[in-house]
Design a protein around this ligand. Structure first.
Ligand code: GDP
Length: 140
């Protein structure tokens, strides 16, 4: 899927606050096509595996506690220049620094509870998509 795919998670607080529909609408209106979609939840162990790169950082424990605290929506998205364009759409990791009109500016509560995840490279998009979806669950 290199080049034109990214992977996203709508995080627990955004689901709890009923922002999922608005966020998916923004994603579609920005030109992303949904290739796979799942409403699910993950355990602390699974969240720690997903965010293993951050293990040992001061925010790690809170992050995995939060990510396992309630249901999430995961999706694979297709668009030219998907990684960069999606990160532009969602805004900075810290919502205080996110541009006006971005998903995180509109829907994040804090740096940890920042509404959505977006892959940072083609390689990670593939790894993250594989974490949540099998081939039968992806529309080619
Ligand atoms: P992203 O690619 O913008 O999601 O950011 P990262 O991959 O660097 O971090 C993963 C997630 O960990 C972020 O989306 C935040 O929820 C959280 N996070 C990252 N850095 C910090 C931090 O310095 N403080 C806190 N509280 N959370 C952080």
């Amino acid at each position: 899927m290199a080049g034109n795919m990214t992977f996203t998670i709508i995080k627990p607080t955004a689901i709890k606050n009923n922002y999922a529909g608005a966020i998916l609408k923004m994603i579609n209106e920005a030109g992303f096509v949904i290739k796979a979609l799942k409403f699910t939840r993950i355990s602390k162990t699974q969240a720690a595996a997903f965010y293993a790169v951050h293990e040992g950082k001061p925010f790690f424990k809170n992050l995995i506690k939060f990510m396992s605290s309630g249901p999430i929506i995961t999706a694979i998205l297709e668009k030219e220049n998907a990684i960069e364009d999606f990160r532009e759409l969602i805004g900075a990791t810290n919502p205080e620094n996110a541009k006006e009109g971005t998903v995180r500016k509109l829907f994040a509560c804090s740096m940890t509870e920042n509404a959505v995840h977006g892959s940072d490279s083609d390689e990670n998009a593939q790894i993250e998509a594989d974490f949540f979806f099998n081939r039968l669950e992806i529309y080619y």
